[in-house]
Design a binder for this molecule. Structure first.
Ligand code: 4AZ
Length: 255
């Protein structure tokens, strides 16, 4: 046993020596690099679940409608989906509701991730409380450098385990033009309907997708994609919500 411990330590040290600091996963964090939060601070946040497992975040638009990413729900039968609202923990508490229907954006492109937005209609209504409430849809293009918060139950490292309790991080918004510039490494993968956000050692990660990026009290972004999580030069990429404001309002009425 003792020999095994020494062997594992030696391998870990050897790995630490060869993996460049900029690409090594940040193993100290949450969401990645986050703090534990309480749902009363983020009453608009929900957990979207498939067959009892948390798969994505979402935001409450009204008593019946959740806004999320198209890639979260695409092709999943509605009877396999549920939404938990009003709880800091994805697996217990609050209220767990069935899904009546959802609609992904007609222009959603899984290759480029353009138009990665969807609305989900709950089968029964949400009752607002201190832990359940709405968030306003963003109405303007967020400015480069604006501060924002991201929250979710996603993995604490890339390909790591998800968090039982919600985690949040404060990040700074990066405009599409900035994010596609040579300051970062995505280049032309950043399309005009996307924005980025980053802070050193902090990022959204897998299964934070669909969840909210909130700035100034408005839903500014939807967690969409990224290369790894919290890797230098690769900010988190988000749907730019103000561009989809009309689509969300109209489709919330008809889904
Ligand atoms: C994902 O796979 C994912 N760092 C979501 C967000 C980010 C990376 C990956 C952003 O769902």
């Amino acid at each position: 046993m003792f020999k095994l411990v020494i062997l594992v330590s030696a391998v870990t040290c050897a790995l630490a020596a060869v993996v460049p600091e900029s690409l090594s996963p940040h193993i100290d964090g949450r969401i990645v690099g986050g703090n534990e939060g309480n749902i009363n601070q983020f009453p608009y946040l929900v957990s979207i679940q498939r067959n009892g497992q948390h798969i994505c975040g979402g935001s409450i638009y009204n008593n019946y409608i959740i806004v999320t990413a198209a890639h979260c729900v695409q092709k999943i039968p509605t009877n396999e989906l549920k939404v938990r609202a009003g709880s800091s923990t994805w697996n217990s508490g609050g209220t767990l509701l069935n899904v009546a229907a959802y609609r992904s954006h007609e222009g959603y492109n899984p290759t480029t991730m353009e138009n990665d937005v969807a609305v989900v209609r709950l089968l029964t209504m949400l009752y607002y409380s201190t832990s359940i409430g709405t968030i306003n849809l963003g109405t303007w293009l967020p400015s480069n450098g604006a501060s924002a918060v991201v929250v979710g139950w996603g993995t604490k490292t890339y390909n790591g385990v998800i968090s039982d309790t919600l985690q949040y991080i404060n990040v700074n918004i990066i405009s599409a033009a900035q994010c596609a510039s040579s300051t970062y490494r995505y280049g032309s993968s950043i399309k005009s309907d996307m924005i980025c956000a980053s802070a050193t050692g902090k990022d959204a990660c897998q299964k934070d997708s669909g969840g909210p990026l909130v700035s100034g009290g408005y839903l500014t972004g939807i967690v969409s994609w990224g290369y790894g999580c919290a890797y230098e030069g690769y900010p988190g990429v988000y749907v730019e919500v103000s561009l989809f404001r009309e689509w969300i309002i109209n489709n919330a009425k008809t889904v």
